[in-house]
Write a protein that binds this ligand. Structure first.
Ligand code: NAP
Length: 316
């Protein structure tokens, strides 16, 4: 096996033009780490935001950076004491490390095995690569922060994108009623995923439209969109209800609102749970487009629109 790989890289923050496809050294495999051959890498809005430099005050980084935090692949080599998986095992991971440097838009990644979980067997590598970041975000927001219970009603703002499309399915799997918000063209898609009701955020007040469906209000608002949609939706939150946002950090919110901001954390036991939902047929991933490594800049331009349906992935 070679000690080089092809990767998307950038050596300074900026737009998509900063991305270069290069041959780089595969990092040394240290104690507890494995080398994974990446079969597919999920693309997320944060990959573009990090490249723009928007998160440079919050996340330590080291140039050159290989972008990408999601992947599915196979174990190629194991370092000292890394014995959870066998060579050839199929795995998936949310591979955000404490320092932004070695990402997943590459042929290989060296990563501590603690980040990995067995890939769901019932789906392709492309579909599996679309799960970790958004699936963990939806899980941690709905259940860890939002404490969503069977029989409750959740309003999901941004229901057709990466996070929302899995959020709808997880909420339904746990017995909640789901009202999902996105533009009209995505309503049939959200219904297919299990949404009980859909609302268009264009041309009407989202809070008023929600109240027509749930006159007593909703127990949880899961905000994946922010802006006017979030502001409007607040009138539909029960006084005992909770707001969880993955976009808005809450600075301008009324302090009486029970609010929590979530920033997704790696968690391999929750990836095991997401595999169980998937293999039980309760969660599927819709991959709307696949790109090769040379098209990384294009994939990042698409994800930056914040109007992607389901997920897009890079196949290196
Ligand atoms: N804090 C965290 O840990 C975390 C984790 C993951 C994602 N995020 C952030 O959460 C956001 C969503 O991520 P994602 O991966 O799901 O993005 P995405 O795949 O681009 O999906 C965006 C969703 O928002 C909808 N949308 C766009 N404009 C809207 C508006 N004005 N009102 C209501 N809905 C609107 C889109 O529907 P239409 O296409 O129909 O407009 C789509 O359903 C991004 O800003 C991302 O950076 C944060």
């Amino acid at each position: 096996m070679t000690d080089k790989m092809k990767a998307a890289t950038y050596k300074e923050f900026g737009g998509a033009e900063k991305i270069e496809i290069k041959t780089v050294d595969i990092p040394e495999i240290k104690e507890g780490e494995v080398l994974v051959k990446i079969k597919a890498a999920g693309v997320n809005p944060v990959d573009a935001f990090v490249r723009e430099g928007y998160l440079k005050e919050y996340l330590p980084y080291e140039f050159p950076i290989i972008p990408g935090w999601d992947m599915a692949g196979t174990i190629e080599k194991r370092g000292f004491s890394a014995r959870r998986f066998e060579i050839g095992d199929a795995v998936y991971a949310y591979a955000r490390r404490p320092i932004v440097q070695h990402g997943t838009f590459a042929e290989y990644i060296v990563i501590p095995e603690s980040y990995l979980a067995a890939k769901p067997e019932s789906i392709s590598f492309e579909e599996a690569a679309g799960i970790p970041l958004v699936g963990l975000t939806a899980y941690q927001s709905l259940f860890d922060a939002g404490k969503l219970q069977k029989g409750q009603t959740v309003l999901i703002l941004g229901g057709s994108g990466g996070v929302g499309s899995l959020g709808i399915q997880l909420a339904k799997a746990e017995g909640a009623t789901v009202i999902a918000v996105a533009s009209e063209k995505n309503h049939a898609f959200m219904k297919e995923l299990g949404a009980d009701h859909t609302i268009d955020y264009k041309g009407q007040d989202v809070g008023g439209a929600t109240k027509k469906i749930a006159p007593d209000g909703v127990d949880l608002i899961f905000d994946c969109a922010s802006g006017d949609t979030l502001k409007q939706s607040l009138s539909a939150l029960k006084s005992s209800g909770k707001l969880v946002s993955i976009v808005d950090q809450g600075q301008d919110l009324d302090s009486s609102i029970d609010f929590q901001y979530v920033f997704v954390e790696p968690n391999s036991s929750q990836l095991d749970k997401l595999r169980e939902y998937t293999e039980a047929g309760q969660m599927k991933v819709y991959v709307s487009n696949t790109y090769n490594l040379e098209q990384t800049a294009e994939a990042l331009n698409q994800i930056q629109t914040l109007h992607t349906k389901g997920k897009i992935v890079i196949v290196p």
